[in-house]
Design a protein. Structure first.
Lengths: 413, 413
């Protein structure tokens, strides 16, 4: 017998699951469109050179690679075997899309992408090998008008999805660089220090100290003390600027101040705060970075930042770019756990005898469509377990269920 | 530099392309939902055993296969190299979905699927390696109530998409079997004769005679004459029954008569006709088959049939099943060629000076949102080529464009 379960780590969506997901996606798209973003689509499959061009960080280890077709494959290496792969995110394909279509896009291009991505990760609760990402990006805008719109639009989307207490934590990749420079770390120690700092939530102060000590002996306590002084200040960004002095470029501080000032007033369902401990994993960020969480849950449900150097790798000329990605699967899980999800109305169902002849079926269909002046009528043959069938139909959202017998309709409650 | 074009045979969709496609998909889904169908989703990736189980016909030669991960691959064969593949249609995954979820589905399950499929076909005009199929299926309904609903719903969908003259050609796989039995072909010659008949449109009468002669010498003319007598009769189905006599099971004739009778009266934008030359390629069909065309174009834009034996290969018990697939890409092409596709309204755009400070930006956003009582406002910095920017914004669907200068808004026509 053939396998009947989906491939490992992947999911079937039943009608009620699909309906909820589609409804959430529609709300997200509509909100983003109201902010002037426009939805585009790229193929699920990309050339393997693009996917393995060192822009995807650790995700490049998780690519589903596609075998070449119609070639001798004996003794071939991975690289020789595969010419294509499934995309692991929507940012790398977007950069390619922009480079490919720039002539037909507006000077400042504001895109929406809502699509599946694939990662050959170890499946676990809430982590899948095919999952949906929702990204918005602004390409071609150098100023922080981009960041302001991305953050405002995303918080409005969460508001429209019923989340009335969200937090965006904000920092800047250049501020992180200043931080490690101020502490005297070497350039090649930088990314290891970032990784340690990123784990503060998980491993705590002692853990970070230990990890920094393995990178540069004697610097662990100094580094963590600096972070603590900034964190505990009444105005962490001011404190940070004081601590970093000339290490922090003045435009970096002004960038964060402006974003905090403008979004602070525009957003009604949460807050935007500076957080010196925010890191964001991807190496391609060049400026502002941010992460979104729903208050009380302590997990990230989205994030993004500025990546001004990625498109240049495809066009030869750098183009400023900035994005915000919502973790759709987490949002969908939170909404489904909230319960109270309404079932779409499916109209009227007519149950007919199992042996009704097809010629009579026509009369029934026409009679009930006319009677109810609606095409929203489904004709079904009765099954043996009649009460079970009626129960199922009600669960599916049929508002009215009729039984047809000897030329007349009887309503079933 | 990295590749900027999509993978061979695949496409990027610009905002206006995406909007049209999404609008068509929404019309299709809404119409099918009105007939009681419910949308589901399966993963793009399936286990390779499912995809290569001889249910996909020639499409199985076109599978994009996915390389196993984390294993030694030296000297391995194709089968040993790959454990997954991209689906080439939506019918085989649906059968697996049904087998996997039957306990949670209604006794008669009416599904909608609208999703990408992938085929490593040679790309050519109008043929792509990633394309969308729109399928509806009825699972668990033994009678031709299934066929009647599938045909009626699909014709209504085409009507709602603005096609007011469509034809469904109808036949039955069992009638084709009777036809070749009546002409005295051997069982093993059957599929070759079907393939020859299927080409009638392309190679003409002489071509079919020649091809049948290579299968069974001396039978070409007799076979084609039989087809011609049926085709040219005033009532082809009656003529077919007379010609085939006892070879044609009585229930096969009644099945077609009933479908013709009921759909003939329900459909307002076209006609349903019997066509003895209709073949349909897939080997899994067991009964009724049909194909949809838009009058005057002479190309098929959809088709389907009954496949009562497929689900049993996964569950051990046969379950009656019947489907209709719309060729979405062809429909989308026809609609886009029709032109006159409206651009969605995007609200108001405000153009501000390139060097406006972010703190002023907030005031502008709040002022114009309040003034217009709408959140549908986009703020953009002016680019050097101002008139080009305004032209682009109009093309994108912005209804009102304002210039902000020294504290006041000036409308741009």
């Amino acid at each position: 017998m053939l396998p009947k379960t989906p491939a490992k780590g992947m999911r079937d969506f039943l009608p009620k699951d699909f309906a909820l997901r589609q409804q959430i996606l529609a709300t997200i798209q509509k909100t983003y469109e109201n902010f002037g973003f426009m939805r585009i689509e790229t193929p699920a499959v990309e050339n393997i050179e693009l996917l393995t061009s060192k822009q995807g960080g650790d995700n490049e280890k998780l690519i589903f690679k596609i075998l070449k077709r119609g070639e001798k494959l004996e003794n071939a290496s991975d690289e020789q075997l595969c010419d294509l792969g499934l995309r692991y995110d929507l940012t790398v394909p977007l950069a390619r899309f922009y480079a490919n279509n720039v002539g037909q896009l507006p000077a400042v291009f504001k895109s929406i992408q809502m699509d599946n991505v694939w990662r050959a990760d170890r499946p676990q609760r809430g982590r899948y090998r095919q999952f949906v990402q929702c990204d918005i990006d602004v390409i071609g805008e150098q100023s922080n008008l981009a960041e302001i719109e991305l953050i405002t639009a995303t918080m409005q989307t969460l508001d429209n999805l019923g989340f009335d207490n969200v937090t965006v934590r904000l920092s800047d990749r250049r501020l992180l660089n200043a931080l490690v420079a101020r502490c005297g770390f070497e350039d090649e120690q930088k990314s290891a220090v970032f990784i340690a700092l990123d784990k503060l939530d998980k491993i705590g102060v002692t853990g970070v100290i230990q990890e920094v000590e393995t990178i540069a002996q004697g610097k662990g306590v100094e580094f963590v003390n600096l972070i603590n002084r900034i964190n505990s200040a009444s105005d962490p960004l001011e404190q940070c600027a004081r601590e970093l002095g000339d290490y922090l470029p003045v435009e970096v501080k002004r960038n964060l101040e402006e974003i905090l000032y403008v979004t602070g007033d525009l957003v009604t369902n949460g807050r935007v705060v500076f957080d010196v401990t925010l890191v964001r994993g991807m190496g391609y960020y060049t400026g502002t970075i941010y992460e979104l969480s729903v208050d009380g849950l302590g997990i990230s449900v989205g994030g993004g930042g500025r990546y001004d150097k990625m498109i240049g790798r495809m066009t030869g000329n750098d183009v400023p770019a900035c994005g915000f990605s919502i973790g759709f699967e987490r949002i969908a899980l939170l909404i489904s756990e909230r319960g109270n999800t309404s079932v779409a109305s499916r109209g009227t169902a007519i149950l007919v005898d199992r042996d009704l002849e097809s010629k009579q079926v026509l009369d029934v269909m026409q009679a009930c469509r006319q009677a109810r002046k609606s095409s929203n009528v489904t004709l079904l043959r009765k099954i043996k377990n009649f009460s079970f069938q009626v129960k199922q139909l009600k669960e599916q959202g049929y508002e009215a269920i009729y039984e047809y017998r000897n030329g007349s309709f009887g309503k079933i409650d």
